[in-house]
Design a protein around this ligand. Sequence first.
Ligand code: FES
Length: 272
Amino acid sequence: MTTTGQGLGNVAPGTTVSVEMDGQPVAVANVDGTLYAFDDYCTHRQCLLSEGTLAGTVVSCGCHGSQFDVTTGAVLRGPAKMPLSTFKVEIVDGELRLDIIEKAAEAVEQPASPAVAAAAPAAASPTPAVEAEVALAHVPLFSGLPAVSLQTLQALCFRRTFRPDEVIVEEGRTGNGCYVVVSGRVEVVRGLPDRPQVLATFGPGEPFGEMALLGDWKRTASVVAIEETTCIGIDRWVFLAFLRREPELAVRMLQLVAQRLVDTNQRLSASA
Ligand code: FES
């Protein structure tokens, strides 16, 4: 589908500007008079590449230094692992037109450091990336998302291991993201430390703290590891940037909020 971008203005050689396509920011770079268009969100943590630097056909993200080839979207340097979407650029009657290019630039394999490679078991099963993707696919909120979206989401997640009895989120503190258990078990507890009341136990594939993805509300309960537990998590600001690109997920999020309201109303009615 061809879509017209707005607000192109002049793109001077050696510079990059941001335009909108279907409500999404797209970066347009002028390399020696040729225009290249690509996703403006860096695939690492969603910083705007149009605010980075352009040198020849290489755009560098100003946040953590990832580099991409603007002609193909391929990753040239991490920490980003996923390639950018790229678009065909046309000027029609002085107006910028963009077409999505059907291509799949391969992500650059990030070489492990010698120390990490030496410590890695000969035949690990399964790899952490697969575990994380599988865990995300089990989260009701994310189920049904296309595999490519899950891969993008997984690339945006952090991963952390907690000791037994370690508090992962604390009741009353402002939440800044959501977690999914990859291995181990956690308890959801209210009233720590004086009058603990266990509300639930979660294991692999189960999420907690999803509401913190939408706003900086206080946590309504603590979550504590009851054995060594590994979780993947995603920060709110990273998730919200991702949400802007995934309208299907935004609808699912609304349904989740509506369901929570219905549940709360039913509980209030039952206790009245
Ligand atoms: S957000 Fe671009 S490198 Fe981290």
